[in-house]
Ligand binder design. Structure first.
Ligand code: FAS
Ligand code: PHB
Length: 390
């Protein structure tokens, strides 16, 4: 097989890159190690920045998002019983859209199938090769036979545990990492959300997030110890702890029900530099990870592939300026999102070493936000997402 761009990974980064390249007339094939159902079964992000919404429109994959996405003009912070609304629309003129990553992935998969684009699922032992020369290619095994895909470029959209970054020589890569001493226990339930907008909460007992997927489907998170396990939490125990941590007037609105998904995600900040190696490009979680506090992971992946798709299309138009500047441009925006996600996580969580002094500092930051339009604007403009070229 031969194509112009070989994409490793059929998560949101790989699928959106494939759709944008197809729109630009650039041929591409996606090679994914899991089944489509497995990819769809992962419950992850829930909030889309306008940059992501615009890219999905550009890719021609936004009709269901347009119909079912929930535009949100603000969100709330709570400290104990106190609540502060951050008015995104008034402070930045922009908003975010609540639409689950699972639905984004489903729409991208449907678009790809309808366009008749090649996607190889359940590929085993995928291996990028030749990316440091002029004959890049992917090999993999399927049905007991070796498969090969020759291409002009390889896009590593294979997530944090993928093969593309792992294939690179250690000396070629600089990595930066911070691992947080807690995780998020997430529950999805077909119950109405406690509030019409998201509430990020800091209680004495730890962080909570009250989010949603629709007016009838809620998504909640509790900060939990790293060694905690989803099976250690009955639904009743989860709802009782959530009610203890939510601000009382929100807890009074809580409708409980059977969980339809329960999982624990670790929190990490991670960046690999650079994001280009000859004819291999990294995008999305393959290159960087943020704690989900700032709702940046999926949105950074979309921004990366928005830059990469334009750069590759320019290459076929005769200019290599885009691919030559891809890594620096992507990383400039990635690091600003890393800073914001770290700051927001540090503000809203109980750390083992927070102590009384640290708790007072977190409270002082919340009080400052309550009284400062400038502070709220800084928070709002990072939350809605910085412009693509920022
Ligand atoms: P993905 O990891 O989504 O996709 C990579 C794909 O590559 C996968 O399908 C994988 O199977 C495939 N792959 C891996 N190795 C391969 C190989 N060797 N060969 C072929 N294919 C291979 N972000 C938010 O904004 N908000 C959240 O609440 C949030 N919650 C999260 C919870 C969890 C548990 C995790 C892990 C992440 C969460 N994220 C969240 C971040 C998440 O949404 C990512 O940012 C997003 O999935 C990034 O998309 P991709 O870069 O496509 O990576
Ligand atoms: C979610 O709804 O899954 C969600 C929303 C906002 C976040 C993290 C997760 O910051």
């Amino acid at each position: 097989m031969r194509t112009q761009v070989a994409i490793v990974g059929a998560g949101p980064a790989g699928l959106l890159l494939g759709a944008l390249l197809h729109r630009a007339g650039v041929a591409n094939v996606i090679v994914e190690q899991r089944s489509a159902d497995y990819v769809l079964g992962r419950i992850r992000a829930g909030v889309l920045e306008q940059v992501t919404v615009d890219l999905l429109h550009e890719a021609g994959v936004a009709s269901r998002l347009q119909a079912e996405g929930l535009p949100h003009d603000g969100f709330e912070l709570s400290f104990g019983a106190e609540r502060l609304r951050i008015d995104l629309r008034a402070l930045t003129g922009r908003r975010v859209t609540v639409y689950g990553q699972t639905e984004v992935t489903r729409d991208l998969m449907a678009h790809r199938a309808a366009a008749g684009l090649a996607t190889v699922y359940e590929a085993e032992q995928v291996q990028p090769q030749g990316w440091d020369g002029d004959r890049p290619r992917l090999t993999w095994r399927q049905g007991g036979a070796e498969q090969r895909l020759d291409a002009d470029f390889i896009a590593g959209c294979d997530g944090f545990h993928g093969v593309c970054r792992a294939t690179l020589p250690a000396a070629a890569l600089r990595t930066f990492e911070k691992v947080y001493p807690f995780g998020w226990l997430g529950v999805l339930a077909d119950t109405p959300p406690v509030n019409h907008e998201l509430i990020y909460g800091r209680s004495e007992r730890g962080f909570t997030l009250a989010s949603m997927r629709s007016a009838t489907r809620s998504r909640y998170y509790l900060q939990c110890p790293l060694d905690d396990r989803p099976e250690a939490w009955s639904d009743e125990a989860f709802w009782a702890e959530l009610a203890r941590r939510l601000p009382p007037d929100a807890a009074a609105q809580l409708v409980t029900g059977a969980s339809i998904e329960k999982s624990i995600a670790p929190l990490r900040s991670f960046v690999a530099e650079p994001m280009r190696f000859g004819r291999l490009f990294l995008a999305g979680d393959a290159a960087h990870i943020v704690p989900p506090t700032g709702a940046k992971g999926l949105n950074l992946a979309a921004a990366d592939v928005g830059l990469l798709a334009r750069a590759l299309a320019e290459h076929y138009g005769g200019s290599d300026a885009g691919i030559d500047h891809y890594s620096a441009r992507a990383l400039a925006r990635v690091w600003k999102a890393e800073r914001f996600s770290w700051w927001f996580t540090s503000l809203m969580h109980r750390f083992p070493d927070t102590g009384e002094f640290g708790a007072r500092l977190q409270r002082a930051e919340f009080d400052y936000l309550c009284g400062s339009t400038a502070a709220q604007t800084a928070l709002a403009e990072n939350y809605v997402g910085l412009p693509l070229g920022a």
